[in-house]
Design a protein around this ligand. Structure first.
Ligand SMILES: [Mn+2]
Length: 316
């Protein structure tokens, strides 16, 4: 934790009356948890601030919070805080570019030129919500949080760590967590986060019946648009079920491709060793070393990508 940097962030927040918080498109629990948690902290710690959560609301994340999704009245006097996203294009609502000052707080590897004035980026963090937690714990004199805010941060941490499954060593995180979990109920959060639609369970049958494995340990599934529709799901929902293959023995990567109505293909890539975000980036995507995604233009490109994953698994 970089104390000086966190102090600087808190000082900037103190300076502005108008603050807009941004996160990535296709939001997940971590982007909702970190943004709702930070809004809660600012409103509980300072008087006379207007804080807006930008971007379109996703109903399935209502258990964590809401968005305000407003049009900024005075961007030239607004502080933008961009959370949980590295590339400018993936920010939900591009009005941050018009803001007076931009802070980025993120745990993804940045692939593009910096667009921000102040950067707190550290890929060692397992979630952006944990970064917000560290800002809170670093500044306990100035910063306060409500129970709802603490629940949001906890949900974000749970979401991105898969209930601590993806952590190499949970010690430092588990030491901090009691500071926000002491009076919250975790079960209702888990129930909402992990509830499945009937269609999602039915598509598992298709997944387990149709995945393939390359020579060097890439398990993959290609799902054409007709199949996505048959299960009455959205392509992104199918692509994000990629972890249903995570526990397959003798594999290094597991990747899903689900076609959209316009012929483009959502790809989600996971790994237990060989880095996948460099390959994602080569094809216009991004993400973490072991969990990345991309939108791919056609099935020919998907085949090329699969060759890249396979070669990468052979060599690593
Ligand atoms: Mn995240």
């Amino acid at each position: 934790m970089d104390k000086k940097l966190i102090d600087e962030i808190v000082k900037k927040i103190e300076e502005y009356k108008e603050i807009a918080i941004y996160r990535h498109v296709m939001p997940d629990p971590d982007s909702y948890g970190s943004s709702n948690g930070l809004k809660d902290i600012i409103l509980n710690s300072f008087k006379d601030k207007n804080v807006y959560l930008m971007g379109e609301h996703s109903d399935r994340l209502s258990y964590i919070g809401e968005t305000d999704n407003v049009k900024l009245k005075d961007p030239k006097n607004t502080l933008a805080i961009v959370l949980d996203v590295s590339n400018a294009e993936r920010v939900d609502d591009q009005s941050f570019l018009d803001c007076d000052y931009i802070i980025k707080i993120d745990h993804h590897k940045p692939f593009t030129e910096p667009f921000e004035n102040l950067i707190f980026v550290d890929t060692n963090y397992s979630s952006c919500s944990e970064m917000i937690l560290d800002i809170l714990l670093n500044s306990t004199k100035e910063l306060k949080i409500s129970k709802k805010g603490r629940e949001a941060l906890y949900a974000g941490i749970i979401g991105d760590t898969g209930r601590f499954l993806y952590l190499d060593n949970p010690t430092s995180l588990l030491e901090k967590l009691p500071k926000i979990t002491f009076d919250i109920e975790a079960k209702p959060i888990y129930r909402e986060m992990y509830k499945k639609k009937k269609e999602e369970l039915q598509v598992l049958g298709y997944i387990y019946g149709n995945f393939k494995i390359t020579q060097n340990g890439v398990a993959y599934l290609k799902v054409p648009y007709e199949t996505v529709k048959e299960f009455n799901l959205e392509p992104i929902q199918v692509a994000r079920m990629v972890n249903s293959l995570a526990d397959l023995e003798n594999i290094k990567n597991w990747v899903f491709f689900a076609e959209k109505e316009n012929g483009e293909i959502f790809g989600e890539f996971r790994s237990n060793g060989p880095v996948v975000n460099d390959i994602a980036f080569k094809y216009g995507g991004g993400g973490h070393a072991l969990a990345a995604g991309a939108t791919i233009k056609d099935w020919d490109t998907v085949s090329k990508m699969l060759e890249d994953f396979d070669t990468n698994c052979k060599n690593n």
